[in-house]
Each structure stands twice: as structure tokens, then as C-alpha cells.
Design a protein around this ligand. Structure first.
Ligand code: SAH
Ligand code: SF4
Ligand code: F3S
Length: 449
């Protein structure tokens, strides 16, 4: 058996791609390992969204070079590959800065991996596959899915045509495409057969999904909800412009659709939103939130924010804080603007100084963290179904997930995949402590936390 190590950075679509890479390489005799020293092949699946990711890649490559040389000295080979969005955007730079890399390939060519590995082992020199192929990778990946655990990712849409001024994704993932409903349904059934009870539908703009046979994400979700054994469905990431009424209604009408929505807004200032080319205003966003809460009052809304976009002034930042206070988010990711090569925003005048970005980020994050804690605390005393995802930290405990995607710790005995009705008794910023509902009349067990 040969050993394969895959390291993954970036979004959930990279996590999905990494799982598929392992699946295409399994028939070649590659079994997974966590240790580079014993790896016959290493794949670094990279992200290009912010600066640090690229630097992390090069320092990781430096470490792996030493391991590769040590293995070579011991008469063992190592195929070293760089995948993902940095590979797509900076294939040439990787070749120049790290000539010991054997394969560089982008997100749309993962199905060609077996052939790339064959080419790399036949001859020295870099194998570079960063074109956007005519054929879809999805049509050339194995139909069966390896077990992914209780919760699984399923990419239904890829790429982006929105071209936000700050963002590299349209350049690294290519144009927006949707998979046909039949292919999605077949893959979902394969995942459920392999043990999944929750499926997260993925796409850079997942709510722009318009695949053949379904036509819209709402319709696709309705079709997936017919699959026996699939208890929970969610989707990420959505764009406010594509948040259609039928999708909002699906949150009211489809019980399997979880009451969670990641809806990045980026900024609360109309001026900045326009400079970002987001195509919506702060008021548009607030109206959407109102509609969503009318359809599903308990829906947990999370978001992404960028502080310090070029031209952002103090008043714009204040507008963002106002929007956050108005919405009340269940959680959020927030980032300092990072100029990305080749994007329009990187060329804009009035870049915001680093220390201003730092201060605005700290202020925004303090507010968002307080909201996240408040959201979690609001569950205390409530009862809801918890999906068991695995054993807990201590014997006799389980780890699980609430309908709002909160991590749950509880004293219980149930296998992964079970769904238990539980009551929340304590909350932190990142998790809930729960007890079995029929045990809720007993005093809470303090050591469960
Ligand atoms: N498709 C999603 C986001 C994909 S990228 C959407 O439209 O919202 C994930 C997040 O990274 C973005 O929401 C944004 O907040 C952040 N991001 C993207 N480019 C960035 C940049 N240049 N600097 C800082 N953060 C960035
Ligand atoms: Fe990037 Fe904007 Fe596309 Fe999201 S919608 S992937 S932020 S360009
Ligand atoms: Fe990163 Fe590419 Fe995803 S840049 S966020 S891995 S689409």
C-alpha cells in the first residue's frame, strides 16, 4: 500500500475536493496517512483568498522539501503536489520558487490526478494542469463515495461571475456552473448510504444554483428532502442578490432544511458596498433578514465582513457596526481587507492603513463575539433535536450538533447519526452543554461541561 497525505486550507469546497482526490487515488493503491515522513504522495490543497494563505504554503513547502530529500536519501520517493486556488492563480510562481514540486493543478482538474501521477513518475519536471477544461470534473469522478461521517459536503455549484472588487474566486474557480439535479441526487444517496445524515450543499454562490432538472436551489432542496435517511440539509455560501423568495419559503416549508443561513454582507455602508461591486445596499440586506425571519423566526443568520476595504472611512465603519446591531448575528467571520493581485480593489487609491484596519477589526469582532454568545445563551432552557456526530471528550459523553449548527456536549450514550431530543443547560461562545430531555427534571450534572 502507498501512503497519501492531503493537507487542506480554505473553504469547504476545498474540503470536498480533498475528499474526492482521495477517492480518485484510492484505486491506485493510495491509503491515507497523517505523517509526511511515510507519505509516497503529498497534496497541499491551497486557498488564495487572503495573503497569509500563500505564505503558509511556501513555508509548508520548505518543510516538505526536507522530508522529500530525507526520503530520497533512504531510497524512497515522494510525489509532491500543490492543488487548489493558489495553484490555479500562481502556478508559475510555485514552479519558480519551489522547483522540487512535481505537480501543480487547479480545482477544476482533480479528476485528471491519476494521469498526472503517472506522468510525474515517468519523467522528471513539473506537471502543470491549470487550464479550465471543457469537461466537468464531476462527470469523471467515481460515483461511489467513501464514508465522510455523519455530516458530509456535496458541491452542487462552482465558480463565480459576480466579480466583487476584492475577490480572487472568479479567477481561481472559473465561471459559475451548476451540476444537474440527477447527479446531485445520486451523490446524495451515495453519501447517505455511506452513513451521512446531514448534507451541506456547497457552492461559491450556492443560491445561484440553476442546475438542469431542478432549476433552482429551493427545488433541488425539495428533491433532496425526499431521500429517506437524510435528516438535515443546509447550504453555503449564499449571495444576498440570489436570495429568492422560493428559497426563503423553503426555510418555512421543508422540515429537513436547517434554520441556518450564511449570508455574507461584507459591509454596512452603501458607499463601500458599491465600491465592492456587491450589487445590493444595506437596506436590501436588512429587508432580506426581515423576510427570512418572517418565514422562519428562529433562523440563525451568520455573515462575513471585510474591514478596511479601499476608501472605507470611519463613517462607513460605523454603518457596518449599525447594521450588525440591527441584525443580531448568530456568528460571523471578519477579516482585514487583503489586496489580492489582479483584482480591481488592489489598484484602488486610498488603501486603508494597517493599524486602522486592526482597530476596526477589533471593534467589529468584539461586537460579533458578544452577539454569538448571546445567541448561544438564548438556547438555555430550550429543547431541540441534537444530531450525534461522535463520542465526546470524556467517556459517557457525546459530541453533537444543534439545528443551528452549534456544537453540543452532553452526557448520553448513542451512536453517531442518532438524533436525540435534548435541553440546553449552559452555553459558551462556541458550544452548548445539553442534557437528555427526559433527564431534564433531574438537577443538571455539573461535570458534563
Ligand atoms: N462567495 C462568498 C465568499 C467567498 S470568500 C460570498 O460572496 O460572500 C469568503 C470570504 O472571504 C468573503 O465573504 C470575504 O469576507 C472574505 N474575503 C474575500 N476576499 C477577501 C480579501 N481580498 N480580503 C479580505 N477578505 C476577503
Ligand atoms: Fe468572491 Fe464576490 Fe464571488 Fe463571493 S460573490 S466568490 S465574494 S466575487
Ligand atoms: Fe480559498 Fe479558493 Fe475557497 S481561494 S476560499 S479555497 S474558493
Amino acid at each position: 500500500m502507498k501512503k497519501l497525505l492531503i493537507r487542506t486550507w480554505g473553504c469547504q469546497m476545498n474540503v470536498y475536493d480533498s475528499a474526492r482526490m482521495a477517492e480518485v487515488l484510492a484505486p491506485l493503491g493510495f491509503a491515507p496517512t497523517e505523517r509526511a515522513e511515510e507519505a509516497d504522495m503529498v497534496i497541499l490543497n491551497t486557498c488564495h483568498i487572503r495573503e497569509k494563505a500563500t505564505e503558509k504554503l511556501f513555508s509548508e513547502l520548505g518543510r516538505l522539501r526536507a522530508v522529500k530529500e530525507a526520503r530520497a536519501a533512504a531510497g524512497q520517493g515522494m510525489v509532491l503536489a500543490v492543488a487548489g486556488c493558489v495553484a490555479q492563480a500562481e502556478g508559475e510562481e510555485i514552479a519558480a520558487r519551489a522547483p522540487y514540486v512535481d505537480i501543480v493543478f487547479g480545482p477544476q482538474t482533480i479528476h485528471r490526478l491519476p494521469e498526472m501521477v503517472a506522468r510525474a513518475s515517468r519523467a522528471a519536471g513539473l506537471v502543470l494542469e491549470t487550464d479550465f477544461p471543457e469537461e466537468s470534473k464531476f462527470d469523471h469522478l467515481p460515483e461511489a463515495r467513501a464514508p465522510q461521517g455523519v455530516t458530509a459536503f456535496l458541491t452542487v455549484q462552482e465558480g463565480c461571475d459576480k466579480f466583487c472588487a476584492f475577490c480572487v474566486v472568479p479567477y481561481t474557480r472559473g465561471a459559475e456552473t451548476s451540476r444537474p439535479a440527477a447527479a446531485v441526487l445520486a451523490e446524495a444517496r451515495a453519501l447517505v448510504a455511506a452513513g451521512a445524515r446531514e448534507i451541506a450543499l456547497l457552492g461559491q454562490n450556492v443560491n445561484a444554483y440553476h442546475g438542469e432538472g431542478a432549476g433552482s436551489l429551493a427545488r433541488l432542496i425539495a428533491m433532496l428532502a425526499e431521500i429517506p435517511g437524510l435528516a438535515r440539509i443546509r447550504y453555503t455560501t449564499s449571495h444576498p442578490r440570489d436570495m429568492s423568495d422560493d428559497l426563503i419559503a423553503a426555510h418555512r416549508d421543508i422540515p429537513q432544511l436547517m434554520p441556518v443561513l450564511h449570508l455574507p454582507v461584507q459591509s454596512g455602508s452603501d458607499r463601500v458596498l458599491a465600491a465592492m461591486n456587491r450589487g445590493h445596499s444595506a437596506a436590501d440586506y436588512l429587508r432580506l433578514v426581515e423576510k427570512l425571519r418572517a418565514a422562519r423566526p428562529d433562523i440563525a443568520i451568520t455573515s462575513d465582513f471585510i474591514v478596511g476595504h479601499p476608501g472605507e472611512e470611519e463613517a462607513d465603519h460605523e454603518a457596518t457596526l449599525r447594521l450588525v446591531r440591527e441584525v443580531g448575528f448568530a456568528g460571523a467571520y471578519s477579516f482585514k481587507y487583503s489586496p489580492r493581485p489582479g483584482t480591481p480593489a488592489a489598484r484602488l487609491p486610498r488603501q486603508v492603513p494597517e493599524e486602522v484596519k486592526e482597530a476596526r477589526l477589533a471593534e467589529l469582532q468584539a461586537l460579533l463575539s458578544a452577539q454569538q454568545l448571546a445567541f448561544n445563551r438564548a438556547r438555555i432552557g430550550q429543547s431541540f433535536p441534537v444530531l450525534v456526530t461522535g463520542p465526546g471528550r470524556h467517556p459517557g459523553q457525546i459530541a453533537g450538533r444543534s439545528p443551528w449548527l452549534q456544537a453540543v456536549h452532553a452526557r448520553a450514550d448513542a451512536p453517531p447519526g442518532a438524533i436525540l431530543t435534548m435541553t440546553a443547560i449552559a452555553a459558551t461562545a462556541n458550544s452548548l452543554t445539553c442534557i437528555l430531555q427526559d433527564a431534564s427534571t433531574r438537577p443538571p450534572e455539573r461535570d458534563a461541561a
